[in-house]
Design a protein around this ligand. Structure first.
Ligand SMILES: Nc1ncnc2c1ncn2[C@@H]1O[C@H](COP(=O)(O)OP(=O)(O)OP(=O)(O)O)[C@@H](O)[C@H]1O
Ligand SMILES: [Mg+2]
Length: 235
């Protein structure tokens, strides 16, 4: 097994708040893994550490075989991140948000614009939405714009923080289908935070459960019934 993303003994504390207390997690190439866990448990912090956006206190993270932070910059083009609150740039319209990383990594303006609109169409946003300011879109539309931005440039590792929050069930299912399709078609690997713990076996290859600062269960999604945790018992 090769792991696109590996975390070993990763720790992260904010002041007195120990959030990650020794995370061990290997995300296998070409899979879609759900990261679940109680609210405030550190799922977003884990993703930001994996993206190199937060510095860890201890432990080791390796992405696509690179584990040295000095190596991180060239890796950025291969990490697509969707933030929980989208974090779209207000100073740009929607298509420019999507085109931003493409241009940064060398694509010409016209080509990046065409590609941005193609990606927006994939997530169900039309020309009008693409030309709008992020603030003019509904919450669900902003989420889809953030997904288009995360997948721009076909990154090998997708770190998606609650990509379906606020979407209606039909749209949520189609977004997850799109994510699975991208993973398969582009040979990508996705770690996806989700608050929806229903039918995990139909939606993901694997599931990792984060609680008390540790991954307390990680395995194939068809074995989630073996997890004895309040989060899933209540579902
Ligand atoms: N930049 C930060 N500075 C200080 N504390 C932080 C910071 N980011 C996160 N935290 C703290 O880390 C803990 C975990 O937060 P995190 O956002 O990762 O939880 P989560 O599992 O994503 O929750 P949710 O499901 O509600 O999104 C919380 O106690 C939060 O207050
Ligand atoms: Mg979060």
């Amino acid at each position: 097994m090769t792991a696109t993303l590996s975390l070993h003994h990763v720790e992260k504390t904010f002041g007195e708040n120990r959030v990650l207390c020794g995370i061990d997690l290997d995300i296998e190439d070409g899979t879609t893994t759900a990261l679940i866990g109680p609210s405030g448990g550190g799922k977003s912090v884990l993703l930001k550490c994996a993206a190199g956006l937060l510095r860890t206190d201890a432990g080791n993270i390796s992405v696509l075989g690179h584990s040295d932070v000095a190596d991180w910059e060239p890796l950025r083009a291969n990490i697509g991140m969707l933030f929980q609150r989208n974090a779209l740039f207000d100073s740009m319209n929607v298509w420019q948000n999507v085109a931003f990383a493409l241009q940064r990594h060398g694509m010409r303006f016209a080509e990046a614009q065409t590609e941005a609109f193609r990606l927006l169409t994939m997530v169900g946003l039309d020309q009008r939405a693409g030309n709008a300011a992020p603030g003019a879109l509904s919450g669900g539309m902003r989420k889809r714009a953030a997904l288009a931005r995360a997948i721009a440039g076909s990154p090998k590792l997708l770190l998606l923080d609650d990509p379906t929050a606020g979407l209606d069930p039909v749209l949520a299912a189609s977004m997850e289908q799109l994510i699975r399709h991208l993973v398969r078609q582009q040979g990508a690997t996705a770690l996806v935070v989700t608050a929806d713990v229903h039918n995990l076996n139909e939606r993901f290859d694997s599931v990792a459960l984060l609680d008390d600062g540790r991954i307390i269960w990680h395995g194939p999604s068809d074995q989630v019934s073996a997890i004895d945790h309040a989060l899933l018992v209540a579902a």
